[in-house]
Design a protein. Structure first.
Length: 366
């Protein structure tokens, strides 16, 4: 019996590595077909200008097997609809579920949960609190900005209460009307050490520093979401822990999320394993990852001359052109505590930038 698993999305690498641990044979279609992905499994790159709508035709030619999607396919439900209509089975969240949970009003439809305070969401700002303007099709914090006096909110945007605190990503596996809490990572957002700014997602550190009460609140939240929306398979909730210790959810991602691979690395496990049970808090070692973004146009050389393979992922092909602001690669670090890991990640980004002018990464002639 074939264990083929078709994986599609902007980047399939992390989910592919996870699926191999679970005993699957992944077949991937994404925007990059990076070196490390192609070394792991069969992978195809969506031709330039054809992502995401070209995916449906490429999936038709893929081997038989169920399909899972990664970010940010939740913003392209029409593509998922076409793939499912062609007879491909989606064992995770269905397009109908994705359509429900990507609505900004999602949080207002949940019952009250002790320790959880959803952020206010609507189409206009609240005068008594600072707010953000967010795109309905959000991905990685792109185009998120503060709402200022006189700003116009388009029909493709919504307004959400801004909450100060620690940004986290809560990782779940949905089952029959319940969810297993697998772990909680702290998010790295807008850090200029990695060529980012604003609200742009950069990476994660696991485990996040959360209390037993907060873990209980997050567990209840996962169960409530899975019960109401029939969430199945891996999914994540982005949230903020405010100064009062409340969990303030802001967004739900109905698929394998970026922070999950850190939990899997630390636990030597996969969220694609049925009935996975993980302790969401205990760990003696901290794990971190961060995307390093290009600060100028460049041509990529051999990143394995800069880093050990255990320290880098999403490695572009030799000679790959990368525009300013686009991701170069992902770097990893481990350490005794959160601050050590963040410092190591920043050091690795600095090493990469230093080699930009003097090593395998070269400025583009254009």
């Amino acid at each position: 019996m074939s264990n083929r698993l078709i994986i599609i999305g902007a980047s399939a690498r992390a989910a592919a590595q996870s699926s191999i641990i679970a005993g699957f044979e992944p077949y991937c279609i994404d925007m990059f077909a990076d070196r490390d992905l192609c070394a792991t499994c069969e992978a195809l790159r969506v031709p330039a200008g054809q992502y995401p709508h070209g995916l449906a035709a490429m999936v038709r030619d893929a081997p038989d097997g169920p399909l899972v999607f990664t970010g940010a396919m939740e913003n392209h439900i029409d593509v998922l609809d076409r793939i499912m209509a062609a007879g491909r089975r989606l064992p995770g969240c269905s397009p109908a579920t994705v359509r429900c949970v990507r609505q900004p009003q999602l949080w207002t439809r949940l019952p009250g949960i002790t320790g959880v305070r959803p952020c206010w969401t609507g189409h206009e700002g609240v005068r008594t609190t600072r707010c953000l303007i967010k795109p309905l099709r959000s991905a990685g914090g792109g185009r998120v900005r503060f709402l200022n006096s006189g700003d116009t909110v388009t029909t493709h945007e919504y307004v959400q209460e801004y909450v100060e605190g620690v940004p986290i990503s809560v990782c779940y596996v949905g089952r029959e009307r319940s969810a297993a809490l697998c772990g909680v990572t702290e998010q790295i957002i807008g850090d200029p050490a990695f060529g980012a700014g604003g609200f742009r997602y950069v990476g994660n550190i696991w485990p996040a520093q959360v209390s037993a009460d907060q873990v209980s609140a997050m567990s209840r939240l996962g169960d409530a979401l899975a019960d109401r929306y029939d969430l199945r398979g891996p999914f994540g909730v982005d949230a903020v822990i405010n100064q009062g210790g409340d969990v303030r959810p802001v967004e739900l991602n109905p698929r394998y999320t970026a922070g999950m691979e850190l939990i899997e690395r630390g636990r030597h496990a996969s969220v694609f394993v049925p009935d996975i049970e993980l302790n969401p808090r205990a760990s003696n070692v901290y794990h971190g990852k961060s995307i390093v973004f290009a600060r100028h146009d460049m041509i990529v050389g051999d990143l394995y001359e800069v880093f050990d393979p255990s320290q880098v992922a999403d490695v572009p092909s030799l000679g790959e052109p990368i525009e300013a602001g686009q991701p170069i690669c992902t770097v990893y670090a481990t350490g005794r505590n959160r601050d050590d890991v963040l410092a190591c990640l920043r050091d690795r980004a600095a090493t990469l930038y230093t080699r930009t002018a003097h090593g395998p990464l070269q400025r583009s002639a254009t």
